[in-house]
Write a protein that binds this ligand. Sequence first.
Ligand code: PBG
Length: 336
Amino acid sequence: MSQSGIVYRPRRLRGTPALRRLVAETRLHPADLVLPLFVKEGLLEPSPIPSMPGQVQHTEETLGKAVAEAADAGLGGVMLFGIPERRDATGSQGDAENGILQRAIRIARHAVAEARPDSSGPRPSLVVMADTCLDEFTDHGHCGVLDSAGRVDNDATLDRYARMAVAQARAGADVVAPSGMMDGQVAMIREALDEAGFEDTVILAYSAKYASAFYGPFRDAVDSQLEGDRRTYQMDPANAREGLREADLDLAEGADMVMVKPAGSYLDILRAVADRSDVPVAAYQVSGEYSMIEAAAANGWIDRRAAALESVTAIRRAGADLILTYYALDIASWLR
Ligand code: PBG
């Protein structure tokens, strides 16, 4: 024993940047990051989203550029959200062959396939994911169709999701991501995809998706029409066990990957799902998580880069294999 009587000195391994880097248990890599992107039909110029500084609603043209940029940055994927010009009760543009989201998927596919302008070879490929949900497409803003009493009709909605998923697969989506929290949505979508010949289309299930105030800025991003809330289908933030059950059900229904959402306030759920899942686990750092950091940083109250990196590292540490984050491009450039 030393004279001080201290045997163990954990600070030793924190002594230099090189030592800290060597022993870091968690690392971020661009390939594990997925960038959410919004594209709005009929838009002539990209339109900044006021509540999400730095994020925009893309035109079809700028979407292609954004996807190419994401691929060049080495990101793992993009998650596409479409904002249609016309909305109706059943969200018919959601599965229209020429609907904005299907067009966006084709644009993204094309952008990834194209050779780099400087012809240093083809772009690193990237996974094209699409949000499989009706809320951007319905005139009432709910994630499903409504029954005569104005409630979201679970089983009638499943048929709409199935058609949407097939339309997205047909347009070239590698991954469809049902985010509406309807019971049985994964099984229904799997069956429809297989029947249409899309056995290889991946399902990323939003399994434990909570009714969260942190989606606030997203509602701006998609010009949401919603009045009221989604508490009859999204989960109660008070519940943990229920989130595990949702993940188990999605796995049993054939989900290829499961997701926990939001991420930052649900790290316990993320850890528990990661511990019991044999498939990749995703987490979504949602709009409000992003905007809180942006707002605080804009006021000079926190260091933007450090806070963004810390928040995403924490999500990874809690068990996420892949992370959807509006910081994906920033992080890729910070890691370079
Ligand atoms: C539903 C969907 C939402 C988000 C992703 N998919 C909105 C909601 O459930 O209300 C939120 C993402 C974010 O806040 O960044 N289509």
